[in-house]
Design a protein around this ligand. Sequence first.
Ligand SMILES: [Zn+2]
Length: 58
Amino acid sequence: MNQKNAGCPVCGADVIFDEDIVNGELVVCSECGLELEVTSTSPLILKEAPQEAEDWGE
Ligand SMILES: [Zn+2]
């Protein structure tokens, strides 16, 4: 099975994906444990997923 990898934008570690990764998919960096969002698959680009941005005003 083919795999892709991209650098974690936070700690720089390689994060490995299956080749069928899609835009918007969330992955967790195995190094820093942060949630990352796939913003592009070709080339593979990651950004830090919003952690507490969604304030629904409970
Ligand atoms: Zn990381």
